[in-house]
Design a protein around this ligand. Sequence first.
Ligand code: CAA
Length: 697
Amino acid sequence: MSDLVGYETEGRVAILPIDNPPVNALGIGVREGIMAQVDRAAADDSVEAIVLIGLGRTFPAGADIREFDQPTLEPHLIAIVDHLDTIEKPIVAAIHGTALGGGLELALGCHFRVAVPSARMGTPEVNLGIFPGAAGTQRLPRVAGLDHALELIVLGKPVGAATALEYGIVDDLIEGDLRAGAVAFAEKIIADGTPRRISSEPRTGIGSPEDHAETIEKYRELANRRMRGQDSPHQAIDSVVDGMTMSYPDAVQADRKRFELCKNSDQSQALRYAFFAEREASKIPDIGKEIAPREIASTGVIGAGTMGRGIVASLADSGLPVTVVETSQEALDNGMTEIVKLYDGMVQRGRIDAAEKDERLARITGAVGFEALSNTDLVIEAAFEDLDVKKQIFGDLDKVAKPGAILATNTSYMDIDAIAAATSRPEDVIGLHYFVPANAMRLLEVVRPAKAAPDAIATGMALAKKTGKIGVLARVCHGFIANRSRLPMVREATFLVEEGASPAQVDAVLTGLGMPMGPLAVSDLSGLDVSWRMRQSLADQHDPAHRYMHLADRMCELGRFGIKAGKGWYSYEDGGRRPVPDPETEAIAIEVAKEQGTPRRDISDDEIRERCLYAAINEGAKILDEGIAARASDIDIMWLYGFAYPRWRGGIMFTADEIGLPEIDQRVREFHAEHGKLWEPSPLLTRLAKEGGAFTR
Ligand code: CAA
């Protein structure tokens, strides 16, 4: 028998501790163990109640996701949950850490649930492309009511123990030692003769979908809005609705088929891949856990522009003191005013209260001049994107920063090796590339210059974690991983407009893939002048054999900078943000095409999809081949968190594997022949296509 579930007794109570680190996932060994030990307790005459508890950091955090690719071995979790209904002795789930997915379903199978106040519980299965298939969709509505159950099941966000108590999911909160509290709770149940609560009762359906039409519709809409294109939230709702009209056993039966379909779907495969890719990203092949990050107790930010302010807020939001430095009192005052506005906005939207705003603002100090940074553990430069300006800043910073301070640049594409060389301590210089708005976007691209010390890199990754971000490592090259792999998509989008597609057609194809906005609408939002300035600064490095983005330049020359100018690829009426197709854009495209000798034609949606997506994939393959990214999944995480690529497609490299590399290689070669050097095929793509290999498997 499995030894992952123990058997101990305290008086009349049997305690079954689950011991399967790190998260007590309900793999086959744990399932076998629970079944056997529950039966042993049921047969033990000295036992009158049972406590199920997790050892280590948590109650089971769900099924073992790694087992999903293999046939599920018996006993299935649903069999255990249903079996608990038949045990005559009261069973108490004692919850700490996170009771998630199958973990919460197991707890729902127990007759009572107690939790420590810090515990969190929920059903995050939709995030893996499945739904709570061990009767969670049937039992949770019976326990918590339809609205709360749908909230947990459809949105997939865990709730804290206090909310769980309010929802009726837990019966009591235990202050102090959980095990002792749970045993005392069980003793009281025995003493009071409290009848067991069976969460599969009533066994009949629990209401009519018509009576609850409004609530059901509310969650359908929320699912459409928050998880656009994703099937599992709707499957989850269908399952809950089944439970209204069917008896419990029939609904569970229907769930089995639906669950298998979901589990085997492409979306679930992609979402499970993304789950592990995200965790993998934090592991740096040559920097093990033995390399401790440097201690960061104080931080500084140079520059209070849009990016600098977002970084300041991100640091202050995580409890870190920040000194923000500007070159003049006026610039500093402007920056500080905008930071206050940012927090006022959060209070208005109900994100934080006034007291929290004051606390966060109290962590922010403004100063003019670098001397204020002389005692700071980590400084992030967020100045203008100009290499000479940045070298000057790092040279000056080098003179005042304390020994061992991390000196980071937020550049989004520049040569950080050159910036590091402007200091006497290149080992302390790293890149921390934030995305706008830096306080909200979860991606942090940690860039590793050639001379950076391992513990400086470890510190960058630790900072990401501390500030609630996903840190992904990149080596130095123009644009690093994120911007370098996205540029070809934007480039092709603009070429396609020059060749005859409308911006709306191009964007519609990409939103059709599940991205919330197309690349041209995004350019309008972030400002076309940003990449225009970059092209200007790199003009002397332009390879004449590379096709140039003349149309994008012309848009800027005509002042069409995007939303802020009221016009860009689209026009924006009355200061609004809704893109309206603009015939002037077509006229400009026709003019530029004529000047460049570009033939205009009807362009198919397939061509748009292939050119935008395959250009990015081909670049991703080069980034991987050159070692700029440690693994293909790191590129994917950049796309999921940096560019809102649909998680249920895994990322561009995962999508490439799904499509098949021979197909992509073939099309890249055809585009190369047709459109020239920018389409030079990645040698890695070609090799893997020939060998039958893949990027992500
Ligand atoms: N199955 C397998 N491995 C898991 C796992 C699971 N359910 N949950 C976490 N792990 C692994 C992680 O991959 C990671 O492994 P490595 O150290 O090798 O990278 C390790 O456990 C620790 O995880 P985290 O780094 O994520 O630790 P954390 O403390 O930041 O977060 C957590 C802990 C909140 C539990 C988080 O891991 C999490 O959200 N896990 C997934 C929870 C989930 O989705 N549960 C539902 C599963 S599906 C299900 O249960 C369906 C069903 O009913 C049949």
